[in-house]
Unconditional design. Structure first.
Lengths: 95, 370
């Protein structure tokens, strides 16, 4: 006799769980926990590293990536910084 | 920094281990350069305003500290103005704050300890004390209480104050908040510990007992006798600010024998026209004063003047002529209002402002027997 309402309750719980699993129509932003961030290693490839930073910062519009070649070594390099946070004259000039 | 890297034709001397290290040593003419061995460190540095250099084939990056974000220049502190004495206050930028501290306190024994608190926004907190003057137990206690904090973000020093104070439920301030470098330096020299928080000009001084809240840094810049007199007056004024409405209501309602006859007759004749009991009258006035004061803080500066004039007319002149309050009550409320501004510490003034109401209620309901 008591089973019926009990089963009903269980099915309600199931329903609630199903609702949780349902995909939301909006894409979830990529989210990194502190732990995941702490375990991110560098890759030897420059492109790979730059892509990683870009991805973690969520393609931030204020992230500036300046690719260039170190003259005396003929090695590719990149400078990454947030627009407005650094001193541009120091960054560009300063011989 | 990009220019020398691109144009410098200089050959690198024999290698020192890694290519990045060679480049830092020979090609980057900057003072503050940090090597980052993992991504997390690198991101932290970028978010703090560093420019990060990555090189093809290297499993590490270099963070170049060339911070250039906008920050305020030190100005006269708004909450603790003095007539004589230094007119500089801390700013939101922690580096500026620490440099102001260093400038005023030139001792190698000044210890600065860095804490990073907050899960989402990692705020830099700096604990300062003078080695040999601050008691080691106090410093250890501060460390312990700070490390216990687990919060998403620390946005202002009051977040810390509420989390580390001795008695969280007490209405009285137990930590001194100040934006004056000379105040902090004075505190450090007394053996106290200062806590600086990123993004706020307010530093905390612990322990901040009641007496230190009634002292102003200006007291030390005047003649001893003068300052002592002013300090005593301050205590008196604070007592008035806390007790006057409650005591007045108690005397007028229950202990009329304490008032000289002539004054009693005056009070009686003027409160004859007032339809309310004394306690209601006092509450009405106090609440409207507090409302005016709170509104004055939020008002745009251009409208403030108009509102203060209207407020003064409404609570002063008009309320008396309309027979809602007696002129004596206006004097009492005005005195309370003025004396509450005498406290050099805003936190103490606020707690007295709140405590005035329970005392008023006690006085109004039970008189001096309360």
């Amino acid at each position: 006799m008591w089973k019926k309402p009990f089963m009903k309750l269980l099915s309600l719980v199931d329903l609630a769980r199903k609702g949780q699993k349902e995909e939301s129509p909006y894409p979830r932003p990529v989210y990194f926990t502190q732990k995941e961030l702490a375990n991110l290693p560098f890759s030897p490839s420059l492109d790979e590293n730059v892509e990683r930073v870009k991805k973690i910062l969520g393609e931030a519009p204020d992230l500036v990536v300046r690719r260039f070649i170190i003259g005396s070594l003929d090695v590719e390099a990149a400078v990454l910084f947030l627009e407005g946070m650094v001193d541009k004259s120091l960054l560009n000039e300063k011989t | 920094m990009i220019k020398p890297l691109m144009y410098n034709p200089r050959r690198l001397p024999p290698s020192r281990g890694s290519l990045l290290k060679d480049i830092i040593c020979c090609l980057i003419p900057l003072d503050n350069v940090k090597q980052c061995t993992d991504m997390h460190q690198l991101l932290d540095q970028i978010l703090q305003g560093a420019a990060c250099l990555l090189i093809q084939g290297e499993r590490q990056g270099a963070a170049l500290k060339i911070v250039g974000y906008k920050s305020r220049t030190p100005e006269e502190p708004m909450t603790e103005a003095v007539i004589q004495g230094p007119q500089e206050g801390f700013t939101e930028c922690l580096d500026t704050t620490i440099s102001l501290l260093r400038r005023g306190l030139k001792t190698p024994n000044l210890a600065l300890e860095r804490f990073i608190l907050g899960r989402v926004n990692q705020a830099k907190i700096i604990v300062a004390y003078i080695k040999g003057l601050a008691s080691p137990q106090l410093v250890e206690e501060v460390r312990k209480r700070l490390q216990r904090i687990d919060m998403d973000a620390i946005l202002e020093s009051n977040y810390l104050e509420e989390l580390i104070r001795d008695d969280p439920l007490s209405p009285f301030p137990q930590i001194l908040a100040t934006e004056r470098p000379d105040r902090v330096i004075g505190g450090l020299l007394e053996g106290r510990v200062a806590i600086f928080t990123e993004n706020t000009p307010f530093a905390l001084i612990v322990p901040g007992e009641l007496i230190s809240h009634v002292q102003s840094s200006e007291d030390f810049y005047h003649h001893t006798f003068l300052s002592s007199f002013i300090r005593l007056m301050r205590w008196g004024a604070l007592a008035v600010s806390l007790l006057l409405p409650g005591v007045y209501v108690a005397i007028v309602s229950y202990h009329q024998e304490m008032i000289p006859l002539r004054l009693l007759l005056d009070i009686a004749s003027s409160s004859e026209a007032v339809p309310f009991p004394n306690i209601v009258e006092a509450l009405l006035m106090e609440v409207s004063f507090e409302i005016l004061r709170e509104a004055g803080v939020r008002l745009p500066r251009a409208v403030g003047q108009a509102v203060s004039i209207v407020g003064a007319l409404v609570i002063g002149e008009a309320a008396v002529t309309a027979g809602i309050v007696s002129p004596q009550m206006v004097i009492v409320v005005a005195m309370t209002g003025i004396t509450s501004f005498i406290s050099p510490s805003f936190a103490l003034a606020t707690s007295i402002r709140v405590l005035r109401f329970p005392i008023l209620l006690f006085g109004g309901f039970w008189g001096f027997s309360a």
